[in-house]
Design a protein around this ligand. Structure first.
Ligand code: VGL
Ligand code: ZN
Length: 200
């Protein structure tokens, strides 16, 4: 059974200088490039928002980035505007070997709902289609790397376990936003869900 490498959101806006920069986000690029040839199935994801996306604090008068907002689907962190469809910030980091991607999953493209996970939007129910892609290719084991450990990697890993995949997160090839202890909480949640957290 082939193993898939899922490279999550290694985009300019999540790297230093970007709109939602993750500390050290660019440091993982060489390690990810080196890993790609080892995997027969290679999937990249891109956070891909409309310019007026509901997860942007700028859409909510009086709200500031990193405040929590109650959406119909539950509490949502409000973010600085980032990863707007077609923008330079939404592009992959220029050194990322993204030609290796066999499929690129774009997520968060619906204005009214965010999508941290590569599998489901933040209602935890609307699928992105990735599950079907993996199943039809006969994949049962996943390795995840990318940004950010405590949001998109975390949600993707938990959803994948819930769907029955065996999941390993290469923690050294991830970087975190770490809002109010969110990194520790994410590591705990992944561990408790049965995700293997490996470090090289
Ligand atoms: C992400 C916050 C907002 C991520 C995406 O890729 O982890 N975080 N949008
Ligand atoms: Zn986003």
């Amino acid at each position: 059974m082939p193993e898939a490498l899922i490279v999550i959101d290694v985009q300019n806006d999540f790297c230093p200088g970007g709109a939602l920069a993750v500390p050290g986000g660019d440091e993982i690029v060489p390690g990810i490039n080196a890993l790609l040839p080892d995997y027969p199935v290679r999937i990249f994801t891109q956070d891909w928002h409309t310019a007026d996306h509901a997860s942007f604090a700028s859409r909510h008068p009086g709200k500031k980035p990193y405040e929590i907002f109650e959406m119909p689907y539950g509490p949502q962190v409000l973010w600085p505007d980032h990863c707007v469809q077609g923008s330079e910030g939404a592009a992959f980091h220029p050194c990322l070997a993204n030609d290796a991607a066999q499929v690129v999953i774009r997520k968060g493209f619906d204005r009214d709902i965010d999508s941290y996970s590569a599998f489901f939007e933040n209602d935890r129910a609307t699928p992105t289609g990735l599950e079907g892609y993996l199943r039809t290719r006969g994949v049962e084991r996943l390795v995840m790397v990318g940004l950010a450990t405590d949001f998109c990697v975390h949600y993707s890993a938990i959803d994948a376990v819930r769907l029955g995949f065996a999941v390993r997160v290469e923690i050294d090839l991830c970087r975190a936003i770490d809002l109010d202890g969110s990194l520790a909480a994410a590591l705990d949640a992944m561990h408790n869900a049965g995700v293997t957290l490996s470090s090289r």
